[in-house]
Design a binder for this molecule. Structure first.
Ligand code: ZN
Ligand code: ZN
Length: 240
């Protein structure tokens, strides 16, 4: 597994708050075709730095790049916010799931090396207690992300296979229990009629609501922090 630490991009410690994601991994894409596969790997590094600048800039105003990790077509894992941090990637799951973007757009198919990198990242995080589930951004929020191509691979379990390099037993992508998200999307409701099922559904919806509120509060705090930062810089400049 080849993981490039954020310090190698010249980034300091992330300002994102601590979190302990345990549910699983969420797949993202860029939204526009990047064609990094046909470019030298240096273009991926430039892409990663630009993405952080965009996320910290006026249109997003986040404290850091939005994602936990990225995986480029050359099979390299990039650290974003990294382990143990809240993200700005999938509202409703920013503190409970990890995020990874494939840095690509709707017309791009991930390379073998890139899929292997996602599997390696997942296996690594699972070794630290992360759940086995793999989802797409659109499972949380109405969005095109991660695009139809990547979402098909989410659904067919491609990312949930163990990395080829590993000799461990296959890991299931199914969650042990009914997830709040599944219940809310109605997948399990029909099968579990009755009072218990209803209680389960309302409890799951309640938990989901709390989780979403936590994420929104975190984003608000992040934005306030970013504004304070820029005010402090201005003050500093003014006093010179
Ligand atoms: Zn996304
Ligand atoms: Zn690359």
């Amino acid at each position: 597994m080849q993981i490039v630490k954020r310090s190698e991009f010249g980034w300091g410690a992330t300002g994102a708050s601590s979190a302990k994601p345990t549910r699983g991994l969420v797949i993202h894409y860029d939204g526009s075709n990047q064609r990094l596969e046909n470019k030298p790997h240096g273009a991926c590094v430039v892409y990663w730095k630009n993405t952080r600048s965009f996320h910290r800039g006026p249109s997003r105003q986040w404290v850091d790049i939005g994602y936990s990790f990225g995986c480029c077509p050359h099979g390299v894992i990039f650290e974003g916010r990294g382990e143990g941090r809240a993200q700005a990637a999938q509202p409703g799951g920013n503190t409970t799931w990890y995020s990874v973007t494939l840095m690509s757009g709707p017309d791009e198919t991930p390379t073998e090396a890139q899929i292997e990198a996602v599997r390696e990242l997942r296996a690594y995080l699972m070794g630290k207690g992360l759940g086995a589930a793999v989802k797409g951004h659109r499972d949380f929020y109405s969005t095109s992300c991660p695009g139809d191509r990547l979402y098909r691979l989410v659904r067919d379990g491609t990312f949930a296979k163990p990395p080829k390099g590993s000799k461990t037993t296959p890991i299931s992508s199914e969650e042990g229990d009914v997830s709040a998200q599944d219940v809310i999307h109605g997948k399990h409701i029909v099968m579990n009629k009755g009072e218990d099922a209803e209680k389960k559904v309302s409890l799951a919806a309640f938990l989901q609501e709390i989780e979403t509120e936590q994420d929104q509060t975190q984003e608000r705090l992040d934005r306030i922090e970013a504004k304070l930062d820029s005010l402090l810089v201005k003050l500093d400049d003014a006093s010179k």
